[in-house]
Design a protein around this ligand. Structure first.
Ligand code: ATP
Ligand code: MG
Ligand code: MG
Length: 557
């Protein structure tokens, strides 16, 4: 999939520019409703909205689509501002649909005066039932032919707060037989006596999405209103409203593109809220959540998210992308930006019986200089202490090695990364027969990890010096949903929840330099993967991704 310039949206914008529409100006907007946190799907919309403006030297506004006071609040407003900044975008202006309520109301009056809108006294269910369906004509409301004078009177009294919730609506008077259901006299205003986080109790009526959206675009001078495919059927209505208003500028143009969905992932705000409220996850920023704050806490670099969105491209076909593809972008980015550290997640003691002691009888401590990041010399080196009491990964030792196991085993020599070649000699077991300690000898001639006689070993292992080790906790994550398309079988994504999506290892040990990793930073634990330091809890690390490129593996299958 090719992304970037050359997509159908850019082509449409280019054509408009060539035709002199909007005086050669490009302005887009990203219009979230502040009723939840942004997720990976929103990142796609953000890169399309901001990316298109950028490509043509224009700006992209952030517009809070805050027309439903009951679901929205300032906490969501703030989180959206933060998440957009994290993704690396700066809105040309920050606006609220609620800031346009007065202009929207005046324009609605204008439609009423032209006989193009009327007050309907029927309830929601009746109005829905009368809408009909494809091939079935709609039923006209008995209030459809009210006089302009009566409609003006009722609508101004709706606005004045004289009527209770749900008792009346304002509807556009278009065509109850239209093939497009969106044109069958859509609702423009509902009565709702509720406090709004921006406008307080000033408005007892609230505009619907259909009425607010295109008009807000026009007020803000938006030239291209980019939205997802489900609004495709609403475009004729979007245009109808604009064509019946005295606009100061050229009409904005709505263009739809496909939603981004990922395998093993849900992106409905309502369903994500259910995970949080049901205690399935630890909040909106749980590292397993597809919210931007979840991905961020997990250690996903913003650049990887942006690059992935560009890579999947802008199309008009809904599809589900493999989450392994996104992880490939994350891994590629982290490979160049993350420093390396050694951490043993399930420690096993390794004792070098022939390790020397100093004149006081204490074990000698040596220091090795290791490269922080082979991909970036500017990251320099660090010192790592080494002595005769070490910790290795429990699974790097086998008393009876199975076929193809090349790591440490009795009588076998391996390399301890950057230090020495060691050979296992013996094991110590506890009363249950479990191995608690491995004994080994080392070859002093292999300092730095290479044998002067050129002999080879099959395995290089990470290690930590036991007396210098720092306690860390490590959270390993698996998919939150086992199914590729959560909820596909039963309609309920919770049925596909993975009961083992998080494993906390709380006796992991890291080299001393692990203590300096700043909150939020990602490091590569040698041989294990990329791990993000939690932004709040010290020495807690979240596995961002493993080292193996599962996308490449899937492709080969
Ligand atoms: P939800 O259905 O989860 O409530 P929404 O689409 O209603 O999401 P909004 O806050 O209204 O959420 O969305 C803001 C913008 O982001 C809209 O233009 C919407 O089309 C776009 N968007 C939302 N989800 C996706 C997605 N999965 N892929 C691409 N764009 C998306
Ligand atoms: Mg919405
Ligand atoms: Mg929605």
């Amino acid at each position: 999939a090719a992304g970037g310039a050359g997509d159908f949206i850019s082509d449409a914008v280019e054509q408009d520019l060539a035709n002199g529409v909007h005086g050669g100006r490009v302005r887009t907007r990203f219009p979230p409703e502040p009723n939840g946190y942004l997720h990976i799907g929103h990142a796609k919309a953000i890169t399309v909205d901001f990316g298109t403006a950028e490509r043509f030297g224009g700006v992209c506004n952030l517009r809070f689509d805050d027309t439903n006071p009951v679901a929205e609040n300032p906490e969501f407003v703030q989180s959206i501002l933060d998440d957009i900044a994290w993704l690396g975008y700066e809105p040309g202006a920050v606006l609220h649909a609620s800031g346009h309520f007065e202009q929207l109301y005046r324009w609605a009056l204008l439609l009423v005066e032209q006989g193009l809108a009327y007050v309907d006294d029927q309830d929601n269910e009746t109005i829905s039932a009368q809408r009909g369906g494809f091939g079935r004509p709609g039923v006209e409301s008995p209030y459809r032919n009210r006089t302009v004078a009566e409609n003006l009177d009722l609508f101004t009294r709706m606005r004045a707060g004289e009527f209770p919730d749900g008792s009346r609506v304002l509807r556009a008077r278009i065509d109850m037989d239209a093939d497009n259901m969106a044109l069958r006299d859509p609702v423009m205003y509902r009565i709702r006596h509720a406090e709004h986080h921006q406008t307080g109790t000033r408005w007892p009526i609230y505009p619907t999405y259909d009425w607010a959206h295109g008009q807000s675009d026009a007020i803000e001078g938006v030239t291209h209103s980019l939205c997802t495919l489900e609004f495709d059927a609403h475009r004729p209505l979007y245009d109808w409203f604009l064509e019946h208003l005295p606009l100061p500028t050229d009409k904005p143009r709505q263009i739809e593109f496909a939603r981004l969905e990922l395998t093993h992932t849900i992106t409905s705000k309502r369903r994500l809220a259910a995970l949080v409220n049901g205690g399935v996850v630890d909040g909106w920023d749980d590292p397993r959540m597809p919210t931007l704050r979840g991905l961020r806490r997990r250690g996903y670099p913003a650049k990887a998210v942006r690059d992935f969105c560009t890579y999947v491209g802008t199309t008009r076909t809904n599809s589900r992308h493999a989450i392994e593809e996104l992880e490939s972008f994350v891994r590629r980015e982290l490979n160049t930006t993350s420093q390396r550290r050694m951490v043993v997640t399930r420690p096993l003691r390794l004792v070098l019986d022939d390790w020397p002691t100093d004149e006081d009888g204490a074990p000698v401590v040596e220091h090795f200089r290791l490269t922080n990041n082979p991909e970036n010399p500017d990251d320099g080196t660090r010192e790592v202490a080494f002595t005769g009491e070490l910790l290795i990964e429990r699974e790097d030792f086998a008393e009876v090695p199975p076929p193809k196991f090349f790591r440490l085993a009795p009588g076998r020599e391996v390399r301890l990364r950057g230090a020495y070649l060691v050979t296992a000699t013996d094991v110590v077991k506890d009363a249950d027969g479990e191995i608690v300690e491995v004994h080994a000898s080392y070859d002093p001639a292999t300092r730095g990890g290479n044998a002067p006689d050129g002999r080879r070993v099959r395995s290089t292992m990470h290690w930590v010096s036991a007396p210098h080790a720092v306690d860390v906790r490590v959270a390993l994550y698996d998919r939150l949903f086992t199914a590729v398309n959560p909820g596909e079988a039963t309609g309920e994504p919770l049925d596909d929840l993975n009961p083992d999506s998080c494993e906390l290892l709380d006796s992991a040990k890291g080299e001393a330099a692990i203590a300096d990793v700043e909150p939020g930073r990602v490091v590569q634990f040698e041989r294990l993967g990329y791990f993000a330091a939690d932004p709040r809890t010290k020495r807690l690390f979240h596995r961002t991704v493993g080292l193996r490129d599962e996308w490449a593996a899937l492709q080969r299958r």
